[in-house]
Design a protein around this ligand. Structure first.
Ligand code: ACO
Length: 325
């Protein structure tokens, strides 16, 4: 009998400090940076974001999200045999945030590692966990996206600092004889490294280069819309499904205009798209599982529905996962 993987529980967590656009405008004005609620809403759809306290790390946000997903799945942490954390803002250079999270969950022994694919990280991590479950290398996986992007923002650069937020989302993925994940599709093109990156590195006890995010927003926008359409069509073809059968598109939450353009190219109405960018901002690898959990807990996403998760981000990386919940 063929082995599949299924999502059996979702969870998410947002740090308590919420900044509306108006709050951020005041904070940035104190640094001599001029922006407005109108500009941010019109160009991005973002109205608010959450920032973690200075002593809170990605593993702390991940712990809350993972605990909530485990509860939803009715699975004990010690039954998990694979932990994958997608993050670009890890607690340390090493070891992985997944190992730190494993210890915070009070367990040990399972495989645990991080995936670095920036905003596509959760889709990459889910595809890896699915493959490992299908081959029998794992039975019950925790797959998490967790980020503290506020740590790598240049708060003197209004073209980037208004876009991002902190948070975490998680799923429990279990082996099943019923199809859950139907198809996955992953890609990267390293020639676009420079349009979205944090170019610094640690060497000889110093940070060499800038440790802050830099982005060519218009280049990212154009690339994102094209590859999201291609990947959606590729994953649907692999599963022999059509866009009309998709109940919910759950795209990376970077910008409402990217989501609207993608939906339009796929001839899907926005009433089939889960949108949380307005309340979360862009939380990079956390954005898709945060949106998924909001849709599930908000009663929009129902068991048995066909979901398409789509990520795009630095690298450039992109990909999709098509699944039955
Ligand atoms: N407040 C006020 N004005 C601003 C701000 C701001 N926060 N930021 C830029 N502006 C100004 C610019 O200076 C420019 O002014 P000028 O015309 O006098 O020069 C004007 O607004 C227009 O700037 P553009 O860059 O042309 O604005 P655009 O409509 O392209 O929107 C944006 C910028 C929102 C960044 C858009 O390009 C975008 O969303 N790109 C995709 C970004 C994205 O999604 N990134 C995440 C990808 S996923 C990942 O891996 C992280």
């Amino acid at each position: 009998m063929k082995r599949y993987s299924r999502i059996t529980g979702t969870g998410s967590y947002l740090p308590p400090r919420r900044l509306s656009n108006a709050d951020l405008v005041i904070e940035l004005a104190g640094k001599g940076v001029e922006t407005s609620d109108d500009w941010i809403v019109e160009r991005t759809g973002i109205r608010a974001r959450h920032f973690a306290a200075p002593d809170v790390c990605s593993s702390d946000l991940a712990l809350h999200a993972a605990t909530s997903a485990l509860q939803a799945a009715g699975v004990e942490a010690q039954a998990i045999d694979l932990i994958i954390v997608a993050t670009s803002t890890p607690d340390m250079v090493f070891p992985s945030t997944a190992c730190i999270l494993q210890h915070k969950l009070g367990v040990g022994g399972s495989a645990a590692f991080d995936v670095q694919a920036v905003c596509s990280g959760f889709v990459y991590a889910l595809a890896i966990a699915d493959a490992m479950i299908q081959t029998g290398a794992a039975n019950k996986a925790l797959v998490i996206g967790s980020e503290v992007f506020s740590r790598i923002l240049d708060f003197t650069d209004r073209t980037t600092c208004v876009l991002f937020g902190d948070g975490a989302g998680a799923v429990v993925l279990e082996a099943s004889d019923r199809p859950g994940i139907l198809a996955t599709d992953l890609h990267a093109d390293g020639k676009h490294v420079g349009i979205l990156c944090v170019p610094g590195n640690v060497s000889g006890g110093k940070v060499i280069g800038s440790p802050l995010l830099t982005m060519d927003g218009q280049a990212v926008f154009k690339l994102a819309v094209g590859v999201l359409e291609q990947s959606a069509r590729a994953v649907l073809a692999k599963a022999e499904k059509s866009t009309s059968e998709v109940d919910w598109l759950i795209p990376h939450q970077a910008n409402i205009r990217i989501m609207q353009s993608t939906a339009k190219r796929l001839k899907m109405g926005m009433d089939h798209v889960i949108v949380t960018v307005d309340q979360h901002g862009n939380t990079s690898a956390a954005s898709i599982p945060l949106a998924l959990d909001a849709g599930v807990r908000g009663g929009k996403i129902l068991p048995g529905q066909l979901l398409m998760l789509e990520g795009v981000g630095g690298g450039f990386t992109w990909g999709s996962v098509l699944l039955n919940l």
